[in-house]
Write a protein that binds this ligand. Structure first.
Ligand SMILES: [Zn+2]
Length: 449
């Protein structure tokens, strides 16, 4: 044992309490009593700070290579470290090429290599006609797959319809439980936006809750038809209506999981100022009732996890001067703020830090097949730790974000919870605004690529 991190408020086994975390060569070897210290080891006492497991964010658009002017591995992983996130899983779009072939995965790995401050895994893409590539993508190390039922917004990543899904699912069923993540909005229920292009309500009306509900129902039917051999995960649930078919699928025993995002847990349609395109996302922000339903679903385990869906673009594409919500790029940048935003609202609703760790570390690690290695303070796991002050508050200053672009709907908002220090495999990678050492993040692949 060469390092011990101990504290009075360690999040461990779904509780917060005193413990001493024994670390040897980057791994947790023991979670011992507070006073149980080995003879020769560096001991860091976290004092009153909470020690969280490093968070795992399974929904991040890094956009490199090809659109590195949107977001890149260096900036995204620094933002992650500053936000208490020690593992990100990169979405197969909006990079060019999209990660839909082994060659494209190779390009991702070359782009990421050597410049990541936290660990990075990759989702592969399912697009019409690439079912022949899925086995090789999995062998090369993707942690699972992502598809869109509605247009993705970029031409390189085509949406799948039911027929295309029926061609992909047999190939996925042979891959030993790799999950299929789905953007669940059904095009038949989407409408061309009309009305006032500066009104968020008019934008939201073009993507009604029924689009989410019907897409989840379709995916549940397909999951059952393929005997649950392909676990399905619904990304960014926004509407309460989508929770019904989700609950039915789970009650039927299907491997069917779902996430929501900090913005759906924080904002509602009605509070978006006219023309505020930094709030545009798909599905759109919804009502106060939807937001309450999402919180209740998290609390009872009907939603599994919270992921950022960090999806930035250059400020120009947000059309902020025109304030055109119909034409602006949709996507909310929040990677660095994901924990604070979620904790702010969780605390207000009397949810504890053990629950936040479950939603933002343990459950996403399980989704990505990283259970036992990431997402928990437990023997055998990497010593990815976050020292968090849950009572400190700060006002979001976009200039202090590490994201490539400072555009964020959280600008000027006061959030609760400050990340003081982040450890990756026992090494400090973020410390009070600084990033000591050289980037030591690894690529989490089934094999080296
Ligand atoms: Zn996304």
């Amino acid at each position: 044992v060469n390092l011990v991190v101990r504290g009075r408020r360690v999040v461990h086994e779904d509780r917060v309490g005193p413990a001493a975390i024994h670390v040897d060569r980057g791994r947790i070897v023991r979670v011992a009593a507070f006073d149980d210290l080995p003879h020769r080891a560096e001991v860091f006492d976290a004092g009153d700070l909470v020690v969280l497991p490093g968070l795992v964010d399974t929904h991040v658009h890094v956009d490199e290579p090809g659109r590195a002017d949107w977001e890149g591995f260096a900036s995204a992983t620094r933002a992650a470290a500053a936000g208490g996130i020690t593992t990100i899983v990169d979405m197969p779009l909006n990079s060019i090429p999209a990660t839909t072939t082994p060659a494209a995965l190779g390009a991702k790995c070359r782009a990421a290599g050597g410049q990541c401050t936290v660990d990075v895994g990759f989702w592969g893409g399912v697009v019409p006609g690439n079912e022949g590539e899925l086995g090789a993508l999995r062998r090369d190390g993707v942690l699972g797959f992502k598809c869109f039922l509605a247009p993705s917004g970029v031409p390189e990543f085509e949406a799948v319809d039911e027929a295309a899904l029926r061609r992909a699912l047999p190939a996925l069923a042979r891959l030993g439980g790799a999950p299929l993540l789905a953007h669940a909005e059904l095009p038949a229920a989407l409408r061309t936006p009309h009305g006032d292009s500066r009104s968020y309500r008019d934008y939201a009306a073009s993507r009604p809750p029924a689009a989410e509900r019907d897409a989840v129902a379709l995916l549940a039917r397909l999951c059952a038809e393929f005997d649950g051999r392909v676990p399905i995960h619904i990304v960014h649930v926004a509407a309460a209506a989508a929770l019904e078919p989700l609950a039915a699928a789970r009650a039927a025993g299907l491997p069917f999981t779902a996430e929501t995002c900090p913005h759906y847990l924080t904002f509602t349609t009605d509070e978006v100022p006219d023309g505020a395109t930094e709030f545009k996302c798909a599905p759109p922000l919804r009502t106060d009732q939807d937001r309450d339903a999402l919180w209740q679903a998290l609390a009872r385990g009907a939603l599994d996890l919270v992921a950022s869906d960090h999806s930035p673009s250059p400020p120009g594409l947000k059309l902020r001067e025109r304030g055109d919500l119909f034409a602006a790029w949709g996507g909310i940048a929040s990677l660095q703020l994901s924990l604070a935003a979620t904790w702010t609202e969780a605390d207000r609703r009397r949810r504890g830090l053990a629950a936040v760790a479950r939603w933002m570390a343990t459950a996403p690690a399980r989704l990505a097949g990283l259970a036992g290695r990431k997402g928990e303070i437990a023997p055998g796991c990497d010593a990815d730790l976050v020292l968090f002050d849950p009572d400190a508050t700060f006002t979001v200053d976009p200039r202090r974000l590490e994201h490539r672009h400072p555009v964020t709907p959280y600008a000027g908002r006061t959030l609760r919870g400050v990340v003081r220090r982040t450890y990756l495999r026992g090494e400090v990678v973020y410390d009070g605004g600084a990033f000591p050492g050289t980037p030591s993040g690894r690529l989490l692949l089934g094999r080296d690529c």
